[in-house]
Design a protein around this ligand. Sequence first.
Ligand SMILES: CC(C)(COP(=O)(O)OP(=O)(O)OC[C@H]1O[C@@H](n2cnc3c(N)ncnc32)[C@H](O)[C@@H]1OP(=O)(O)O)[C@@H](O)C(=O)NCCC(=O)NCCS
Length: 171
Amino acid sequence: MGPSSVWNDAFVVRVRVYRPGDLDACLSIVRGLPEFFTAEAVEAIRDDLGRHGGWVADAGEVVGLAVVERRSVAVAEMLWAAVHRDRRGSGIGTRLIEQVLGALAGEGVVLVEVKTLDGSAGYGPYASTRAFWERRGFVQVDRIDPMPGWQPGSPCALYVAALGTTRSKLG
Ligand SMILES: CC(C)(COP(=O)(O)OP(=O)(O)OC[C@H]1O[C@@H](n2cnc3c(N)ncnc32)[C@H](O)[C@@H]1OP(=O)(O)O)[C@@H](O)C(=O)NCCC(=O)NCCS
């Protein structure tokens, strides 16, 4: 097999809408990332998947998930995103998020927010998370500390991506 037959991991991954039967696989992915998701967060993800549904990256087995809450006709929040720890850094998250953002844009969403741990926390693992969102076009618009509902010492970085313009809606 020559180099041309080497497939990028993301290439064989299909992004599809979450189904209730994906729950255990999704929870297993986030439980496998304890430096990112506390036990409390895992339970919140369970609730949010039940409430909002989401999308999964399916490579024969579920290898990634994204959970989105619609805030209004034009605004959505990316509540959770994760890729199986053994598959991180191979393009799956990019493919997942790009498809989710495309679906949201198609439904008329123009702004998408995501909250993550701010750099001032000095906690290493989230540096790659912030880099990921920034590479996907998210811009940090604020730092919130303390963030209601988050553990003390966990400053929030509020990121926003524009999928369309808001100005054209002005009269
Ligand atoms: C963030 C996450 C969903 C991205 O998915 P992924 O499949 O790893 O991402 P991709 O391979 O598509 O993109 C990797 C990008 O992440 C960043 N990155 C840096 N170090 C990384 C690492 N060790 N592993 C993964 N991504 C890393 C890079 O910016 C890279 O971007 P580039 O290749 O475009 O330059 C995934 O890594 C993950 O589950 N992280 C832990 C949980 C988390 O932080 N979730 C988001 C909470 S807000």
